[in-house]
Design a protein. Structure first.
Length: 59
């Protein structure tokens, strides 16, 4: 007869949950620092340039 496997599901669940959280947090950091902040900086530069052009046109 085969011995029952006890505690296997619980151990696997913790492994899967911790890996998912680790990968999720890593992906979030990569997106935030790799894409989002650069896009925000481009947007800010555009609005600074636009404001300078408007100020120059009014003078």
């Amino acid at each position: 007869m085969i011995a029952p496997i006890t505690g296997k599901l619980r151990k696997r669940l913790w492994l899967d949950a911790s890996c998912a959280m680790g990968l999720g947090v890593s992906a979030a950091y990569a997106w935030w620092y790799g894409y989002h902040l650069k896009a925000l900086e481009r947007q800010e530069q555009f609005y600074v340039k636009l404001e300078r052009e408007r100020a120059a046109a009014q003078q």
